[in-house]
Design a binder for this molecule. Structure first.
Ligand SMILES: Nc1ncnc2c1ncn2[C@@H]1O[C@H](COP(=O)(O)OP(=O)(O)O)[C@@H](O)[C@H]1O
Ligand SMILES: [Mg+2]
Length: 368
């Protein structure tokens, strides 16, 4: 009787190990994998058959941990202690994932280590959400600062512009004074334009969104988009039929698409392709996008351009951040995109790597 109960419990424990959402890997004392559970197969993309008999290094570390990291890990577990830390691995398909990992040595009655049990929790999405949060907090405070300055500037510029216009009218044409005043007026107007753009980033502009279909707004802008594109760039549209409505302000939405299109063009000096696509997406807790769950209209702009290096990816939405030569870039295009999308209660994500092109994804909440 006692034996049967034990046998049942063992079976249940095995089932629990097999079915838990934590990825479990067991190796022998030499580090050769002897068991991988279902979650391990799912998170890594390798089947248990592909893992058993191999070393854990088959899970391809992402190259972000140096040799010291692994030496320390091994030294800890070989001395009989538990190791806890964060591992960055690559899935079979090459994509990165982050794991919160415990490695526990198992000892026989004589105190010899016989196995190592590693329990890993996939925290990729948590890390993405965390990063996204930090990024949006940064842009939030930049927006507050820029908004306050732009607001004050705007008031002062109104006085400057008004006065200069009046004085200019009273000044004789052809004189040096007239020329200088005209130049002053031009500069003041440019400054006013810049301030206006900062106000868009800071979301200080009023918007009057209307329930609309993004497809219609895109089709209205198609001619302008085509004109913006050089001849050697192939512009493709894939607009989903029966696209949900979203609360959109037409001019602002168009500005977003135009800014992104201009950037895509600039990133493809030798030509390429840009794809503009729309679709309905329901984002759940387990979605690949680090944004709040909900139903969204997704607008995707994908180019085959230069791509953006990792180290500047976090900065592209900052106002005045540009990699373009003076006179060409203002560094405001993406800040404006960000401000407008946020004002629409939406989200914007960028996905890019050098040589792999760039994809911007805009998520607008589905209209009720
Ligand atoms: N589609 C893209 N491909 C490659 N790099 C891009 C793309 N879009 C934006 N960037 C990078 O982001 C920077 C900021 O873009 P933006 O805010 O529009 O300012 P600007 O275009 O004036 O430089 C660009 O200078 C460029 O380095
Ligand atoms: Mg730009």
């Amino acid at each position: 009787m006692k034996n049967r109960v034990c046998g049942d419990i063992e079976k249940l424990v095995l089932k629990a190990v097999e079915q838990t959402s934590e990825a479990i890997l067991i190796t022998d004392a030499a580090g050769t994998i002897i068991y991988a559970n279902q979650a391990m197969e799912e998170v890594s993309g390798y089947s248990a058959g592909e893992l058993v008999g191999k070393r854990p290094s088959v899970l391809k570390n992402a190259g972000s941990h140096g040799p010291d990291f692994y030496r320390e890990l091994w030294a800890t577990v070989k001395s009989g202690r538990k190791w806890h830390g964060r591992l960055l691995n690559r899935r079979k398909d090459g994509t990165l994932y982050a794991l919160d990992t415990d490695i526990t040595p198992v000892k026989d009655p004589g105190g010899e280590i016989t196995h190592f049990i590693s329990v890993r929790r996939d925290i990729t999405r948590e890390l993405q959400l965390e990063k996204q949060l930090i990024e949006s907090q940064k842009l939030e405070s930049l927006g507050l600062l820029a908004g306050q300055i732009a607001h004050d500037f705007n008031n002062m510029l109104t006085i400057i512009l008004g006065s200069v216009e009046l004085v200019l009218e009273d000044t004789k044409e052809g004189t040096i004074s007239h020329k200088l005043l005209a130049e002053t007026l031009k500069t003041a107007r440019q400054t006013a334009e810049l301030t206006k753009q900062l106000l868009v980033f800071a979301r200080r502009q009023e918007t009057r969104p209307k329930k609309s279909c993004a497809n219609d707004l895109i089709k209205d802008a198609e001619l302008i988009l085509k004109r913006l594109m050089a001849n050697n760039i192939d512009l493709r549209m894939e607009l989903q039929r029966d696209l949900w409505d979203a609360e959109l302000e037409a001019t602002q939405f168009r500005q977003v698409i135009m800014n992104l299109t201009i950037n895509a063009r600039d990133a493809m000096p030798d030509g390429g392709a840009m794809r503009l696509a729309t679709s309905n997406v329901a984002v759940g807790e387990d979605s690949p996008w680090p944004i709040p769950p909900g139903e969204y209209v997704l607008v995707e702009l994908k180019d085959t351009g230069t791509g953006i290096p990792q180290e500047i990816l976090d900065k592209v939405f900052d106002p005045f951040f540009t990699t373009k030569p003076k006179g060409k870039g203002t560094g405001l295009g993406l800040s404006i995109v960000y401000g407008i999308v946020k004002q629409h209660k939406g989200e914007v994500l960028v996905d890019s790597a050098p040589g792999k092109g760039t994809t911007f994804r805009l998520f607008f909440p589905r209209a009720k």
